[in-house]
Design a protein around this ligand. Structure first.
Ligand code: NDP
Ligand code: GDR
Length: 342
């Protein structure tokens, strides 16, 4: 019998890589998707097989983390061995615009899912997508022992989710773990996160479709790793004997300015000729520096990042240059995106 997993947030960056990984390991994969007026499954379309086909191993179900009753029904019906809670309003800047919605999805959504596990009476392992944003103002290097000091409604909601996950482990004996992941990126990264915003702009500028890129704080320090590697770490956290919490990070230390420089240079461009400041992209409170220490994951999970920030930037620039060649009129350039998205 193959193992069964349920992934919330399967249509997102990490959900798509995790679905790929679990399918490659022979899992039957179930994903929660939100009903939308347009299709939102572009990142997993390549994995989809018609459910009438006997070979189908990926099944999608409508649902939402705001709908607790639906979560109970789904868990009782699917009876997964592993639940990965990746769904969230995940954009830090947007969480200042939509603080209540972010709290409801990124915070309360987690306890709805944990309650659904409990109420459906199933035995399952539970992974919570916790974040380095929880460390916020506490200076690096950050590890599992570092105190939390969130600096956004998003960070605060993730702290809530972290603690309820730990509480359900202690109170009800659920195998529940927190993966505290530092920034991880890929060619599938959402277009309004800083790395992808930069690499898409590089592709568009190189192709003569864009000239200027508006940015916020270039001094922020981040530890950017490769998402495809991080989902392996998530899976490993559910394969150990005892539930525990783990940091995943590369340990690297780069500013947004460094990422601009590496990305533009890779395409033969000078970033200073194209980048302009727009205060719209500043946050009311900023997280100045996140640099992770993942030695516990290396020791106990045998997990270590191999792709570091400069290589990641080059992978993303190459992918966006390639994507633009095939995009035709579907490509929305960075300037347009900026005017109505964050
Ligand atoms: P994305 O923003 O790419 O994906 C978020 C997913 O959540 C999407 O599938 C989205 O669906 C879904 N979602 C949003 N709101 C709801 C809701 N109310 N009900 C059900 N589903 C919902 O995030 P990532 O893949 O980058 O990140 C995955 C998780 O890891 C998130 O929880 C994020 O906060 C966390 N995290 C991410 C890090 C990173 O660097 N990427 C680092 C640390 C933590 P839809 O497609 O319909 O919008
Ligand atoms: P972050 O990622 O807030 O770290 O959260 P993001 O890429 O949005 O910002 C990183 C840093 O870049 C600065 N910045 C800009 N950011 C954006 N988006 N757009 C800009 O124009 C811009 N200019 C400068 C930001 O101020 C910030 O300092 C991500 C998300 O994936 C979270 O869900 C996850 O939990 C954390 O990473 C770890």
């Amino acid at each position: 019998m193959s193992k069964r997993a349920l992934i919330t947030g399967i249509t997102g960056q990490d959900g798509s890589y995790l679905a790929e990984l679990l399918l490659s390991k022979g899992y039957e994969v179930h994903g929660l998707i939100r009903r939308a007026s347009t299709f939102n499954t572009a990142r997993i379309d390549h994995l989809y097989v018609d459910p009438h086909d006997a070979k189908a191993k990926l099944f999608l179900h409508y649902g939402d983390l705001s709908d607790g009753a639906r979560l109970v029904t789904l868990l009782a019906q699917i009876r997964p061995d592993e639940v990965y809670n990746l769904a969230a309003q995940s954009h830090v800047r947007v969480s200042f615009d939509e603080p209540e919605h972010t709290g409801d999805t990124t915070g309360i959504g987690t306890i709805r899912l944990l309650e659904a596990v409990r109420m459906s009476g199933i035995e399952t392992k539970f992974y919570q997508a916790s974040s380095s944003e929880m460390f916020g103002a506490t200076p690096p290097p950050q590890n599992e022992e570092t105190p939390f000091y969130p600096r956004s409604p998003y960070g605060a909601a993730k702290v809530y989710s972290y603690w309820v996950t730990k509480n359900y482990r202690e109170a009800y004996g659920i195998f529940a773990v927190n993966g505290i992941l530092f920034n991880h990126e890929s060619p599938r990264r959402g277009e309004t996160f800083v790395t992808r915003k930069i690499t898409r702009a590089v592709a568009a500028i190189k192709a003569g479709k864009q000239d200027v890129l508006f940015m916020g704080n270039l001094d922020a320090v981040r530890d950017w790793g490769y998402a495809a590697e991080y989902v392996e770490g998530m899976w490993r956290m559910l394969q150990v004997d005892e539930p525990d919490d783990f940091v995943l990070a590369t340990g690297g230390n780069y500013t947004v300015r460094d990422f601009l420089q590496i990305s533009f240079e890779h395409a033969g461009l000078n970033w200073e000729d194209h980048v302009r400041f727009d205060e719209r992209y500043l946050r009311p409170t900023e997280v100045d520096a996140l640099v992770g220490d993942a030695s516990k994951a290396q020791e106990k999970l045998g997990w270590k990042a191999t792709v570091h920030t400069p290589e990641l930037a080059r992978i993303m620039v190459d992918a966006d240059i390639e994507a633009l060649k095939h995009a035709g009129n579907d490509w929305i350039d960075g300037v347009d995106l900026d005017s109505w998205k964050n």
